[in-house]
Design a protein around this ligand. Structure first.
Ligand code: F0G
Length: 455
């Protein structure tokens, strides 16, 4: 059970099916265009959507808003240093700012950034720094149904080949847990081996540590030799293998805004600090308020509590169990921050060109007011000039991201019921076709419409 009780509540809107059908139509069938007043259960993101603790709120009252040298900065820095062991800690307003600053300082034009899987902002920031992002997920990740414990790993042979090959690798960045790869964890053995390869080739080894605590929990549960360690000890062992880390603290610090860039190398940190001051803020606030820094310091301690992580992981597992019982496949085994529904398998009557993941995301809203986003051909597919899908995504998935400390078991049971209702008559779900789409980041902006199915 959850190791906390609820003290502050927020009502959630419940619309009629007719209202939701109209809202979806007016939103151009893009869940990103819905507004909060139209949503019953919001599973769009686990980022910045968590519930604060009483301890975080009271820490916020101690926020020191001094321009330079605020007490809050030192409490933030000490919390990050105790957790990570890195000497140089720069606050940033969110994870992508840390990525932009780090890659700008680290990558020469043409350099490769190699990862288990880059998150989309990470990939975009590599490209903005004139680098090229290369993903090397392990072979096990290809089988969505297998129960391999660490499908977030990097393919070590491919990494070695890349590091010994002719191309210049400027950085290796490991995303823990692997959000772009089904929210799967990375094992300590894989991190150690990747770190050793990087050391041997003189390439900086960086963690994208947005969900460091959830990765640590899954290591404690799944990796031989780690079961008697605390999540904090596992997290520290992971950071010890790296030269630095970028982190969105909107996930595993359970705050609404924040991030850090932490490094061992003094010169690299100094170069990053100069850009930080020019683009985010002075080195003791980096775009955050003192109260944010205080809440982060507390959240970083709360998130590694075994009782919290156990309850959070159990919540996701429970939802996975209900959804699978309803006959819907997910990317197995369930991770922690999200479940990824296999929409391609559920909506067999649709082809990738009907965008089954997007069709399911739209249907989840119309059927039950559940908002989520697809990770399939709308997000990753490639069309020709006339709009014909020529390269579909490898899988048609829908991500149900679970905000931290926000929804109760009965909310999740409701989600499973809605999924189950859809699964009873999947062929009633229409495909979608694109009406308008910008070239860049189109899944945020595009408008689509249902394609009537002949039944
Ligand atoms: N890295 C990972 C692994 C992420 O999941 C995210 C954000 C970022 C970096 C960027 O951090 O949002 O603070 O700038 N993921 C969110 C999500 C948006 O919904 O998965 P940010």
């Amino acid at each position: 059970m959850e190791p906390y009780r609820i003290k502050v509540v927020e009502p959630i809107p419940v619309l009629t099916r007719a209202e939701r059908t109209e809202a979806m139509r007016a939103a151009g069938y893009n869940p990103f265009n819905l507004n909060a007043d139209q949503i019953t259960i919001d599973l769009l993101s686990d980022s910045g959507t968590g519930a604060l603790s009483a301890a975080q709120q009271s820490a916020a009252a101690l926020g020191d808003e001094t321009y330079a040298g605020a007490r809050s900065y030192y409490r933030f820095r000490d919390a990050v240093t105790v957790l990570t062991g890195f000497d140089h800690v720069l606050p940033v307003h969110q994870g992508r700012a840390a990525e932009r600053i780090l890659f700008g300082a680290l990558l020469q034009p043409g350099a490769l950034s190699v990862s288990n899987t880059h998150f989309d902002t990470t990939r975009a920031n590599v490209h903005l720094s004139c680098g090229t992002a290369v993903d090397l997920p392990c072979a096990e990740a290809k089988d969505l149904d297998s129960d391999d414990p660490f499908k977030g790993n990097i393919d070590l042979d491919a990494l070695e080949g890349m590091l010994s090959g002719p191309d210049y690798v400027g950085v290796v960045i490991m995303t823990i847990t692997n959000n772009g790869g089904g929210g799967q964890p990375v094992s300590m053995a894989n991190l150690r081996a990747a770190s050793e390869l990087c050391r041997a080739h003189g390439v900086p080894f960086i963690l994208d540590a947005a969900r460091f605590a959830e990765n640590a929990w899954l290591v404690v549960q799944r990796e031989p030799g780690w079961s008697d360690k605390t999540p904090a000890e596992v997290a520290r062992a992971a950071f010890d293998l790296a030269d630095g880390a970028v982190a969105s603290l909107k996930k595993d610090a359970i705050v609404h805004m924040g991030g850090f860039l932490a490094l061992r190398d003094k010169d690299l940190a100094a170069r990053c600090e100069a850009v930080l001051i020019a683009t985010e803020g002075f080195r003791t606030y980096g775009g955050l308020a003192g109260r944010d820094l205080e809440m982060i310091a507390v959240g970083l301690r709360e998130v590694v509590e075994p009782s919290y992580l156990r309850a959070r992981a159990a919540q996701t597992e429970y939802l996975a169990e209900l959804i699978e019982k309803a006959g819907v496949s997910i990317v197995r085994p369930p991770g922690i921050h999200a479940l990824y529904l296999n929409a391609g398998r559920l909506l067999r009557h649709l082809t990738p060109a009907d965008y089954p993941g997007h069709a399911l995301a739209c249907e989840l809203y119309v059927a039950g007011g559940i908002r989520c986003a697809e990770l399939g051909s709308l997000y990753l597919g490639v069309e020709d000039e006339s709009g014909v899908l020529v390269k579909p995504a490898p899988y048609e998935l829908v991500r149900l991201a679970i905000p931290r400390r926000v929804y109760t078991q009965s909310h999740l049971e409701y989600v499973a019921e809605v999924v189950g209702e859809i699964a009873k008559d999947p062929e009633s779900v229409p495909g979608q076709r694109i009406v308008s789409a910008p070239d860049l980041l189109r899944h945020f902006h595009c408008r689509t419409e249902p394609v009537p199915t002949a039944r």
